[in-house]
Design a protein around this ligand. Structure first.
Ligand SMILES: *Cc1c(COP(=O)(O)O)cnc(C)c1O
Length: 441
């Protein structure tokens, strides 16, 4: 659709009527908003016909391109049957099928799915369930949570309480419950001759020491497995997850894996957790790619042990949490179409080959004098740009757009997280654009 004859430009109208997320609105006095008319594959087209390659998958949600014919068809079919029904007291085919399939695909033992509408609500659900689990077990003093330095788990007040990104957190600190932070296993923290596994081991030692001291008051540890996204694509060795799992089991603390960003193939496996040689976490939080970037949906998968602790005649032992759109039928149907694509196109194997080819394509670029710490995990490529520009991320965003690329650096970390349908040619264009940005940074 177009916006009918309003007054003024798109820019002015959107600035007045729409309060845009994660934005100082005054910035848009000088930086134009980009009005998108259409999407197709990995490309977005504005009303003037300019095309932008969606190198960040629209904030990490898109997997198989915009206006994907198969996901479109699934949603259209579902529209003819049922758009939504409340999930308290009612159920429907897409939510049952999705819960069973997620349970079968996730690390073993996560057979119960509770739904929310976005990532932050999934984190809230996992935190509340973990606390309530211990409450029901007669241990109401276990109220604390532990997260990693640089963690990001969303921006509602509960999720922000376990988030350690100053930009999002500091202003609201007086509103937040202070939870413990332990060192990040970020491989770039290596000292001397340490490799990534050794850094992970050292960070795990610190977690273990913390739990030894505080386990009686700790409900759960929450981690972003393999890649801490929002802090700047900090990557770690799966050994950390093995040690964290063992430490939580030993000390009677629940473990929450926040795979909101890493899930659905981003790190090379369907879920990042699979790369650790260890039993499942107690909670797996999923969102972002779950509907291929179509509709808001999140899920928290958990175990029989957690589910059973709530199962009783007493209503207050139940998990009395709800969101209006819990288990929305259209969103579940989109998620089922996404899982069909993974299966039918053997996406994970294709991505392994793509990831390897694209890494090779970046070999020369990684040696650019202004590029540091090139790293990759599956379909996430990240590197630091050395620059004196104080406004690098804004400048880079504008430079990218001028070259037909949607790039949104995190500080000086530039990353590519393209949709999985990206071609080698498109990826080559992306690398060329990054080359020009590095030359001028
Ligand atoms: C994006 C993200 C969230 C929050 O999800 P929203 O849908 O933005 O609320 C939580 N955790 C991680 C790891 C994320 O990347």
């Amino acid at each position: 659709m177009t916006v009918a004859n309003g007054n003024g430009s798109w820019l002015e109208r959107s600035r007045k009527a729409v309060w845009h997320p994660c934005t100082q609105m005054k910035l848009h006095e000088t930086l134009p908003l980009v009005p998108i008319a259409r999407g197709e594959g990995a490309w977005l087209t504005d009303f003037a016909g300019n095309r932008y390659f969606d190198a960040v998958s629209s904030w990490w949600v898109n997997l198989f391109g915009h206006c994907n014919p198969r996901i479109n068809a699934a949603i259209i079919a579902q529209l003819g049957e049922l758009e939504h029904v409340m999930l308290a007291g009612f159920t429907h085919a897409p939510v049952i099928a999705l819960s069973e399939r997620l349970g079968a695909l996730a690390p073993a033992g996560l057979g119960h799915a509770f739904y929310g509408s976005d990532g932050a609500s999934a984190v809230e659900i996992a935190l509340k369930m973990a606390f309530h689990y211990w409450h029901n077990q007669g241990q109401p003093q276990k109220t604390g949570f532990v997260s990693l330095a640089g963690s990001y788990h969303g921006e509602t007040l509960g999720a922000l309480g376990v988030t350690d990104v100053a930009l999002f957190r500091d202003t609201y600190a007086p509103l937040l419950t202070r939870h413990a932070t332990v060192p990040s296993p970020d491989a770039r923290n290596a000292r001397g001759t340490e490799d990534a596994r050794a850094v992970a081991g050292r960070a795990a030692d610190a977690l273990e020491r913390h739990l030894q001291r505080h386990h009686t008051t700790t409900a759960a540890v929450i981690v972003e497995p393999l890649v801490q996204g929002a802090i700047g694509m900090a990557m770690h060795h799966p050994h950390y997850l093995e040690r964290a799992r063992a430490a939580c089991t030993q000390h009677g603390v629940l473990l929450i894996a926040d795979e909101i960003m890493t899930g659905f193939g981003r790190t090379g496996t369907l879920f990042a957790w699979e790369q650790a040689n260890t039993p499942a976490p107690d909670f797996l939080c999923l969102s972002k790619g779950i509907t291929g970037g179509y509709l808001p949906l999140s899920a928290v998968l958990t175990t029989d042990a957690v589910f059973d602790a709530f199962y009783a005649d007493d209503a207050s032992r139940g998990f009395l949490h709800s969101h209006s759109y819990t288990g929305n039928a259209l969103a579940c149907r989109a998620a089922l179409a996404v899982l069909d694509i993974f299966r039918d196109d053997d996406v994970l194997a294709q991505n392994r080959a793509r990831g390897a080819r694209w890494s090779t394509m970046m070999q020369d670029f990684a040696k650019h004098p202004k590029v540091h710490d090139f790293r990759r995990q599956g379909m996430i490529f990240a590197f630091e740009i050395e620059t004196d520009r104080p406004d690098f991320s804004r400048w880079c965003f504008a430079e990218g757009l001028a070259r037909g690329m949607l790039l949104r650096p995190l500080g000086r970390t530039l990353y590519f997280m393209p949709p999985y349908i990206t071609t080698d040619d498109e990826f080559a264009q992306l690398v060329e654009c990054a080359q020009q940005i590095a030359d001028n940074a």
